[in-house]
Design a protein around this ligand. Structure first.
Ligand SMILES: NC(=O)c1ccc[n+]([C@@H]2O[C@H](COP(=O)([O-])OP(=O)(O)OC[C@H]3O[C@@H](n4cnc5c(N)ncnc54)[C@H](OP(=O)(O)O)[C@@H]3O)[C@@H](O)[C@H]2O)c1
Length: 276
């Protein structure tokens, strides 16, 4: 499908990478977020009309900083359909089923109310260590905190998620399905700490904390309380060993093997260096 693609979360991890890939392919897009050229705020419906003009398809990212973005997203999609937007690609999360809590609400709503949708369910992002909550603690304390214990997760690179999103947004026909996207190697947070240590040249340690302490740490970093609790619950699932599963989603959609954590760590070693 061709036409103008609206990218929400445009200044974020997957949205930013998607925009870079759209630009590289010469496809037309509009970047939307509070700090994008055309300002868009999920919490201010007055900003919605302007970004929807002439749009054919939308990449939807629920921001973790908004308390309950799911009802707002449904209102936004309804407005978009009224303006002729045909395709919706929603970024959910591995382990969150349609009809379940949080992102599962939007997933189910898309299934029931739209004719051309796809849902991407990625595992935890590699970039959580280079741009998210763990970056500051790695750089400043040589530590990664989590309540994952020895549990493993096949971390995924956001460039691979964006490549999958691009394939789905430009697919010739509606897909109307979900894709679970993962890396190839399930890794524990201890193993991640070892790979980051190798890449940045000093020892980084994984510190296991309780689920409540983890949620508190995320809230202190500006994550909405409900999202922080959801993330800490997700970490608990990793600890329980239920997040180890790998899929062929990246190969199927992006046509290449997923990024290895070792390569990600080498490429991002600069992010973990301390300012002198
Ligand atoms: N991190 C993971 O491991 C992981 C794994 C699976 C799924 N996910 C999902 O990925 C999504 C993105 O999470 P992330 O933490 O990686 O964030 P991100 O995409 O890196 O950043 C959030 C984006 O949302 C925008 N935003 C924030 N508040 C907004 C508002 N009120 N209105 C409009 N835009 C707003 C931000 O831009 P502005 O500041 O410019 O507004 C930014 O572009 C979440 O839905 C999360 O559940 C994450």
């Amino acid at each position: 499908m061709s036409g103008l693609i609206l990218v929400t979360g445009a200044t974020g991890k997957t949205g930013g990478s998607l925009i870079a890939q759209l630009r590289q392919k010469g496809l037309s897009y509009r970047a939307a977020s509070r700090h994008a050229t055309v300002p868009f705020d999920w919490e201010h419906p007055g900003s919605w009309d302007a970004v929807l003009e002439g749009v054919a398809s939308i990449y939807l990212v629920a921001p973790g900083t908004v308390k309950d973005p799911y009802g707002l997203m449904q209102d936004f999609i309804t407005l978009a359909m009224g303006k002729g937007v045909c395709r919706f690609v929603f970024l959910s999360m591995a382990g969150l089923a349609a009809g379940g809590p949080a992102h599962g609400q939007v997933h189910q709503w898309l299934k029931e109310n739209t004719n051309d949708w796809a849902v991407l369910c990625p595992s935890a992002f590699m970039q959580n260590f280079s741009a998210g909550p763990s970056l500051a603690t790695i750089r400043d304390e040589d530590r990664i905190y989590s309540n994952t214990a020895g549990g493993r997760v096949p971390f995924i690179d956001v460039g691979d998620i964006a490549a999958a999103a691009l394939a789905v947004l430009t697919a010739p026909a509606p897909l109307n399905t979900e894709f679970v996207l993962t890396g190839d190697e399930p890794l524990s947070y201890d193993e991640v700490a070892a790979l980051i240590s190798q890449a940045c040249g000093r020892p980084i340690t994984h510190v296991h904390v309780s689920r409540d302490e983890m949620a508190e740490r995320l809230i202190k970093r500006g994550i909405a309380q409900a999202t922080a609790k959801l993330l800490a619950a997700g970490y608990q699932m990793i600890a329980a060993g239920t997040a180890e599963h790998t899929t062929n989603g990246v190969r199927t959609l992006a046509g290449r093997p997923p990024m290895r954590f070792q390569d990600f760590a080498k490429a991002n070693a600069g992010a973990w260096q301390r300012a002198e």
